[in-house]
Design a binder for this molecule. Structure first.
Ligand code: SAM
Length: 316
């Protein structure tokens, strides 16, 4: 249901942004070709959700976006969550339909949701080029909102050569080169992701961002002062995380570092609610889970890393 509200409200925001004035339920239902009764009920629910403001006009109710809806739900906003909402409604929720089975079996639900084998997790996620691009757009959207905070929580200026492992669309790499004018960043990802990133997410060549196609579990990792793993470890089991971190540790020179960017559970697991829900999402969708800072520290230590610090993000 919430996906429907989100999609529908984004359509309304387009209408509103064309008209630049609050609209009545009649005008909106005509513009989108929907029933008046259905539109009225939806608009009432959206105003209850504080996505729409209501205005009285000669006994008529008019609707306009709240500030939050304009910022996060309009397609043209630079921090739009439109792609993320689309991916949730068309892909993620289909896995959530099988939550009961996921809990019983303790594993993701690609086979039931999409009829694809999930032995190779990212082959299942990227079951078509179209799905891959949608996933990349999903990954991209969050860093437009909190990417700057993610790369400035620690002072990364001493690290001139950075490798973003599983760097996907390059959104975090762009945040790094913008925050640290002296650094270069290599985006390391699976071959077809790297090719798509180049084609779809970089309009013109950024001299300070390079690309490296490979499998981070198998292929040599590029030399770097800093390795970033953003939302990577939460996809994998503890064993796979230690395997990957051990490969990163071996690639490190003295003075090199690794930066993990992940949503953290409280140490006793009692929250935050969003991260508890993300962890369930990792169950229905991946092989991984969300973890506490101590659990990540244990994975890092098992791979050989010392001097482990963590820092919350302002926008988290
Ligand atoms: N770091 C990005 C971010 O935070 O937006 C993307 C995170 S996404 C959850 C995981 C990324 O890891 C994807 O871009 C995926 O293609 C990449 N990946 C998965 N398995 C990989 C492998 N074996 N080798 C290299 N990259 C891999």
């Amino acid at each position: 249901m919430s996906s429907f509200l989100n999609i529908y409200s984004s359509k309304m925001t387009q209408i509103y942004s064309c008209s630049k004035r609050p609209l009545s339920a009649e005008e909106i239902s005509q513009a989108v070709g929907a029933s008046l009764d259905g539109t009225q009920r939806l608009l009432a629910a959206c105003s209850g959700l504080q996505l729409l403001n209501t205005h009285q006009d000669d006994g008529r109710v008019l609707y306009s976006n709240t500030e939050q809806a304009s910022i996060y739900l309009t397609r043209s906003s630079p921090v739009s969550l439109y792609q993320s909402i689309q991916y949730s409604s068309r892909t993620i929720y289909l896995c959530w339909h099988h939550l009961t089975d996921a809990v019983r079996e303790g594993r993701n639900q690609y086979e039931k949701a999409f009829g694809v084998n999930s032995k190779d997790l990212f082959q299942a996620l990227y079951r078509s080029d179209e799905e891959m691009v949608k996933f990349m757009q999903l990954m991209n959207s969050i860093w437009n909102i909190c990417g700057k905070d993610a790369v400035t929580a620690f002072d990364l200026s001493p690290f001139k050569v950075i490798c973003d492992l599983g760097g996907c669309s390059g959104a975090l790499a762009k945040q790094c080169t913008s925050a640290y004018p002296e650094c270069t960043v290599t985006i390391f990802d699976l071959p077809k992701v790297v090719r798509t990133s180049r084609e779809h997410f970089f309009s013109e060549g950024d001299q300070r961002i390079g690309f490296n196609e490979g499998d981070f579990f198998k292929d040599p990792l590029p030399q770097a002062d800093l390795y970033i793993l953003a939302r990577i470890l939460h996809d994998w089991t503890d064993e796979r995380c230690v395997e990957l971190l051990s490969r990163v540790y071996k690639a490190c020179k003295p003075g090199s570092a690794v930066l993990l960017v992940e949503a953290l559970l409280f140490e006793d697991g009692s929250g935050p609610l969003t991260v508890q829900l993300y962890s369930l999402n990792m169950l229905v969708q991946t092989e991984g889970r969300e973890r506490t800072a101590a659990q990540y520290a244990a994975l890092l230590a098992a791979a050989g890393f010392s001097d482990i610090q963590h820092h919350p993000l302002k926008t988290a």
